[in-house]
Design a protein around this ligand. Structure first.
Ligand SMILES: [Fe+2]
Length: 220
């Protein structure tokens, strides 16, 4: 049964990726870049990570699943991992990923992000909290959908949303920002209903991976 608390949870995993993992992933993504020429088409654009990267990231998630489950006990698997890069002047504005179709597994319980390489300045991940009621839809789910009775739902990004701007329902809600200081290789897990984003990159290139934390196995 999915509880509201886990959709609002935070958990870090220091050393999620070893130095060897990071070195391998840099090589994999540099090779991928050279082969495909992929560049972000717009701010916060993502591309699915190649299979060799999926393997390393999935193995890392499997190693620390018990740690993630302390804060997000309904999580049993990561989804497919996406990759993104942010350059000077780019950011990921505050948003909530949310729970799409809460009655139908796999449900997104949270998200898991890890930095591959930091920008030289800026680009910190943040979460935000607010007392403003505008983030809640008013909809409530319960046992019929696999949730604890009376679990409220936040607004969310529509499927396929590009993370490029703060949605209207959030833009006018005053909120308090909490900023993370985490080195490359530290995983940040946050519930699917947590407001979050990335501060503007001031200099250099920020390279990140991110995936869903799901209540249903997605990879073997
Ligand atoms: Fe997000």
């Amino acid at each position: 049964m999915i509880h509201l608390n886990e959709t609002l949870a935070l958990q870090t995993v220091e050393g999620f990726l070893s130095l060897d993992d990071l070195t391998q992933l840099v090589t994999i993504m540099d090779t991928e870049h050279a082969a495909t020429g992929w560049q972000p088409g717009h701010q916060a654009d993502v591309v699915q990570a190649p299979p060799a990267a999926q393997e390393i990231l999935h193995a890392a998630t499997t190693r620390v699943l018990d740690i993630l489950q302390r804060a997000l006990p309904s999580v049993v698997s990561d989804g497919l991992w996406d990759y993104t890069e942010l350059y000077a002047g780019q950011e990921i504005p505050a948003h909530i990923d949310g729970i799409h179709d809460p009655a139908t597994p796999p449900r997104r319980i949270g998200r898991l992000g890890v930095t591959l390489a930091h920008s030289h300045a800026g680009g910190e991940f943040f979460i935000a909290t607010t007392a403003h009621p505008a983030i809640w839809t008013g909809a409530v789910v319960g046992e019929a959908e696999g949730f604890s009775p009376g679990t409220p739902l936040t607004h969310r990004l529509p499927e396929g949303h590009r993370h490029g701007y703060t949605p209207d329902w959030l833009a006018n809600a005053s909120r308090t920002r909490w900023t993370a200081e985490a080195p490359a290789g530290t995983a940040l897990a946050y519930g699917a209903q947590v407001i979050h984003g990335v501060l503007p990159v001031k200099e250099g290139r920020l390279r990140k991976f991110v995936t869903d934390l799901l209540d249903t196995p997605q990879q073997t």
